[in-house]
Write a protein that binds this ligand. Structure first.
Ligand SMILES: [Zn+2]
Length: 352
């Protein structure tokens, strides 16, 4: 994942574009992209990029003319898969929208250093995140996107993710990551458990560690028999153990079980739990409480560790975790809507 801190790694000399204007927002690229040199000269002072379709021009007048006529100025390309609170995610098939896929990739490369820009866009799906102005339904902004290989031999649910610089630090990366997990269909028939393409950049790893940790914390703190118990700030661990007396005081679970409960790969569960700092080695059996993790629950093979729920609550509180997932199940539309999923493999068109 791109993150602005990494921008300092590259000196301005390496950049072929000095400033970029996306719609009416001006900001600086962090890395160089591979725009065709005959269209975007080296040391271009300002590259104008359409905020709807990502077509580009060094000529402000041509850009203004395009802006008035852009075919996507009121509706993004593709099919809407998610819509909640003004935020929507649209699936754009690179096969049917090659130019869009290429232009989006070229623009994204200005903020990504470790991913190569692929021109084989037909083999990818692009999921673009939009926000629509509640007072003006025709005014929408593309805030970021993730891409995904249509056929991933490594069960990758995401290839590349970027929230555009003006929209960062609004938790939108987590929204996109959450959507990427949902769309792998890990919790429905025919889906798979996957994760992002690796290796991740250092900052991508950091973002994912946080996302995974929150996902696991929600899983461990959620009432197995219903919805969330309460917000972390409202319920103390002591009260919790009384309130949840139906539950065993101690639960044995394997890392794989947590993975199956969260749609996460075993390796990612381990990475995330370690990053949370809530794992304690098993010491005196009398002190064991609440959740217990075991690498292998057949007898005592494999390492067994303890996770105290109180520590997870502490982690949740200190990280301002809301037990409400940022991705709302009811936000999915078309084939991914709750109704379509409960009816099994829906063949209905999800074109909105
Ligand atoms: Zn356009």
């Amino acid at each position: 994942m791109a993150n602005k801190a990494s921008s300092r790694l590259q000196t301005p000399v390496d950049r072929n574009v000095k400033n970029v204007v996306l719609g009416d927002l001006l900001f600086k690229p962090w890395y160089q992209s591979i725009y065709p040199e005959d269209l975007v000269a080296k040391d271009t002072e300002c590259l104008y990029v359409c905020r709807w379709c990502f077509r580009y021009s060094c000529d402000g007048a041509a850009f203004a003319a395009h802006t008035r006529a852009c075919e996507h100025r009121t509706t993004p390309p593709g099919t809407k898969v998610y819509d909640n609170g003004g935020y929507a995610v649209w699936e754009v098939d690179g096969q049917g929208h090659k130019l869009f896929g290429q232009n989006l990739s070229l623009f994204a490369k200005l903020f990504l250093d470790h991913k190569t820009v692929f021109f084989d866009v037909a083999t990818f799906l692009y999921y673009i995140l939009t926000f629509t102005d509640p007072d003006n339904p025709d005014n929408y902004h593309v805030l970021g996107f993730f891409s995904k290989e249509k056929l991933s031999w490594d069960a990758n649910n995401l290839a590349c993710i970027l929230v555009f610089p003006p929209y960062q630090h609004k938790q939108l990366g987590k929204l996109l990551m959450g959507v990427s997990y949902k769309l792998s269909g890990w919790d429905v028939e025919g889906g798979y458990i996957g994760g992002p393409e690796k290796p991740l950049s250092d900052l991508g790893q950091k973002s994912y560690n946080r996302f995974w940790a929150e996902r696991i914390a929600r899983y461990l703190l959620r009432d197995k028999y219903g919805d969330n118990l309460a917000e972390p700030g409202l319920l103390k661990p002591a009260t919790l153990s009384k309130a949840s007396r139906k539950r065993p005081a101690r639960e044995h679970m394997t890392v794989e079980e947590i993975g199956r409960g969260t749609g996460m790969l075993t390796e990612d569960v381990i990475t995330a739990i370690k990053s949370m700092g809530v794992v304690a080695p098993e010491t005196s059996p009398k002190k064991r409480k609440l959740s217990r993790l075991s690498g292998d629950h057949h007898l005592n093979q494999g390492p067994t560790m303890i996770i105290r729920k109180s520590d997870v609550w502490e982690w949740a509180k200190s990280h301002n975790l809301s037990l409400d997932d940022p991705v709302r199940e009811e936000g999915f539309v078309g084939d991914w809507s709750l109704r379509a999923l409960s009816e099994g493999q829906s063949t209905a068109s999800s074109e909105d």
